[in-house]
Design a protein around this ligand. Structure first.
Ligand code: AMP
Ligand code: MG
Length: 422
């Protein structure tokens, strides 16, 4: 296990008091490792799981050359430039069984989409291209077809013995279908990541508690629950933990005993008069960061027992932004996933944005298509780090890079679309 001090010593220019966002990712990349353990799951239960090994194709898909169209199969060598071809229909090949007859020159077989190509035939003329040419005969006008047209080749989708899906892939609906097309009933996936989370702060109310002056309802547990569920984690909700050392200690110990990762919100800002930071320090190997970013400056990361700790700030928007920027990629790595961060889009800013060089800023954006078909983006009004409605309205985060200064109307900005993550 990598200790905080060792990772810190290896990272060039590491300054926990003014950490660049990209350095935070580089640090976390060294802190976390894929969890051990895998299980076989049925395809219907495999969506979102991460493959623990390559899926080797036991068969070729499709298993035979077959027709891509409803039409007539024939030997394409008979096609001659500039002349129509007349053929006699000698039978019908249906999907699901092989047609057994033989086909000579000047003959063809009526064939359905997916039916096995009869021996010796390599070309299919779609039904709608043909003309009737007397009893049991068709004509193919000149210039419409090349030899080999409308034939699907055996193994053109997947070849027997080759990897069809790779270790580290997160199974999408398409990947589930692909595994099923190989006849596989189960796939071997990494065990689900267990993540425990709780909110801290004496002013935080649980649902069901009566409102009182100065108190706010806990929203972070609900956003974190949703974010983790979308990632396919097993979630352990530990509620709101009050700011008392004994309660915090019990919560951290219980979380560390049961989860691969612990996520907390609140209590990590500078000058917090609470015990959260002190307890993290006491029980674990933890770094307290000030990240050069907005929103979401303070963050604690490290380990308590064998669990990785992500101590997020308390502000609701900061929680989601730091989750997306740092926690999500780290959890994906722990899940055994190998996917790259999705590419950022480029869009024209519909408004001017004040931006200080020297920190990465994440503005909540609404990306839309302009009249000329290009992408444009505007911000969702109040960008305060407590304004959760801005996250609801937004469909992506405008990422203003570390060294970037003010932006003018029409400038190109980068956007990370939420794309199902939120
Ligand atoms: P902190 O990081 O603890 O200083 O909290 C920063 C701000 O976020 C304060 O206004 C808190 O009231 C608010 N906050 C902290 N935790 C939560 C939570 N779980 N749900 C909603 N707001 C929170
Ligand atoms: Mg607090």
């Amino acid at each position: 296990m990598n200790r905080i001090a060792d990772i810190a010593a290896r990272l060039q220019g590491y300054d926990p008091q003014a950490l660049r966002a990209d350095q935070a990712n580089a640090f976390l990349d060294q802190l976390v490792a894929p969890v051990q353990g895998s299980e076989d799951v049925a395809i219907f239960g495999a969506l979102g799981r991460v493959l623990a090994q390559d899926v080797i194709s036991p068969i070729s898909v499709p298993p035979h050359d077959n027709s891509a169209m409803d039409g007539y199969a024939f030997d394409g060598a008979q096609l001659a430039a500039g002349t129509a071809l007349e053929l006699q229909v000698v039978g019908t090949a249906l999907a699901g069984k092989a047609w057994q007859g033989s086909v000579g020159p000047g003959q063809c077989v009526k064939i359905m989409t997916g039916a096995i190509m009869p021996a010796g035939l390599d070309t299919v003329v779609p039904q709608e291209f043909t003309q009737a040419a007397g009893e049991g005969r068709i004509a193919i006008p000149a210039g419409l077809l090349q030899p080999g047209d409308n034939r699907r080749h055996k193994g053109e989708d997947l070849q027997q013995g080759l990897p069809a899906l790779r270790k580290g892939e997160r199974l999408t609906p398409a990947a589930c279908g692909l595994a099923a097309s190989l006849g596989l009933e189960t796939v071997n996936v990494a065990r689900r990541l267990k993540v425990a989370y709780f909110s801290t702060g004496d002013e935080i109310l649980s649902l069901g508690e009566a409102p009182r002056e100065g108190a706010v309802y806990d929203s972070n547990r609900y956003t974190v629950h949703g974010l983790l569920t979308r990632l396919g984690c097993e979630v352990i909700d530990m509620g709101v933990v009050r700011d008392e050392p004994a309660l915090l200690e019990a919560a951290f110990r219980e979380a560390a005993a049961s989860a691969d990762a612990i996520i907390t919100s609140g209590g990590v800002s500078v000058g917090e008069a609470d015990y959260t930071k002190a307890m993290m320090q006491k029980l674990g190997d933890v770094a307290f960061w000030k990240i050069a970013m907005r929103p979401g400056r303070p963050m604690a990361v490290g380990r308590i027992g064998k669990s990785v700790l992500f101590g997020l700030p308390g502000n609701p928007v900061a929680v989601m932004v730091t989750f997306l920027a740092f926690v999500r990629p780290a959890l994906l790595r722990m899940m055994g996933g190998s996917e790259q961060a999705p590419p950022l889009l480029r869009a024209r800013s519909q408004e001017a944005m004040r931006k200080k060089p020297g920190r990465t800023e994440y503005q909540r954006g609404i990306v839309s298509t302009a009249a000329d078909g290009s992408l444009q983006v505007r911000i969702t009004g109040n960008q305060g780090s407590g304004v959760l409605s801005s996250m609801v309205q937004a469909n992506g985060l405008i990422v203003l890079a570390h060294d970037q200064g003010n932006m003018a109307v029409g400038d190109e900005v980068q956007v990370q679309m939420f794309d199902g993550a939120i």
